[in-house]
Design a protein around this ligand. Sequence first.
Ligand code: SF4
Ligand code: SF4
Ligand code: SF4
Length: 408
Amino acid sequence: MRVVVKEDNASLARIEEKCINCGVCQKTCLENNNIGDNCINCGQCILTCPTGALVPKYVYQKVLNYINDTDYTVVVLTSPAVRVAIGDEFGFEAGAFLEGKMVGALKKLGFDYVFDTTFGADLTVMEEASELVSRLAKKQTLFTSCCPAWVSFMALKHPEDLDYLSTSKSPIAMLGAMVKTYFADFNNLNKEKIITVALAPCVAKKYEMKFNDDVDFVITTRELAMMMRECGIDFPNCIDQEFDKLLGTGSGAGLIFGSSGGVMEATLRTAYYMLNKEKAPDKFYELAEVRGQADFKETIVDMKGQKLKVAVLNKVANVEKYYSQLKNYDFVEVMSCPTGCVGGGGQPLVASSQAALYQAKRQQSLYASDKENKLKESYANKDLQVAYSTYINKNKVNLHREKEKIPR
Ligand code: SF4
Ligand code: SF4
Ligand code: SF4
């Protein structure tokens, strides 16, 4: 038995000549998702296929064509989990934090602007924390929705409960919307001539973006490595560079989105501030109970007078076991891939026996960077405050997804 990969699957493909019918992909799918023959585009089977028969749907050649076409401004948006995994392709230590080198390499590849999806994550936090606060008042549970594989799982298994999902756009979709509006207007550019490319650890985003007009392409960490090799870029010797201004500064909270438990921790920091008009206590900056690689994590958070029950599920295969209890929590995070996006289906291949260790190192690297970052709260991001006050509110930029545009 092997997984079904349909021709029109937006995330992955099978190279038939390479398939030896070993059934490893089916086992992986069962362990991670347990959704029968339905594909939720997580890409985990790509990581364990022993012959390389399963591959992400590659689009990086199209991106290179746009880079070479001077009519277009090509903008890349980089997800948190890429910078702690790209080094695996070039012999760096597992979890090496290579943000500056990654930006330098993207500039060398010819991208016109390099922005940070952590800025988009900060926007997701702001909108999602507002939703959390308003649901708390109504005693309604909020489920995160930034993982498209989890959203697809919900649409398949619990379509009657879709309203539990946050309506806030995912970080990539947020940033795509900002590039095609705020950035385009700021630079007086025709948005039809802007190409947005999300660089992500994720193949499910290739599917999610079929429902979003603001992101033109999604390339994976492995595709970035392929682009560099094809273009003769010597990654280990690339000079560190900084993100471009306007949409290039994200908080530590935005950065930990790449780890299971990170969306929860990031959102709670801002929800606390929204509820109490003061910075959250130190505990919110190292919420150990929701960190790590356990399948199910839970805790009670004191929001100063209000106790919040929160739960974090790591891998959707674990959802059904706990589903009947989830509505007893105030806030629930689910990420489909093991350890969250650091373990995404577009990340570099490592031996299966080493996968959990690599994911843990990437996760620790993100938390270490959050710890070092002076900016740890999304609401305190100055660039984001300027964007809200000068543009988002005035121009009514849509930061929420339309109900009918839920991936399914
Ligand atoms: S794991 Fe790869 S080689 Fe094995 S059955 Fe699946 S696609 Fe074929
Ligand atoms: S992409 Fe994920 S859901 Fe789809 S077949 Fe592979 S493991 Fe299963
Ligand atoms: S956990 Fe992250 S990488 Fe995996 S499918 Fe969800 S969004 Fe993509």
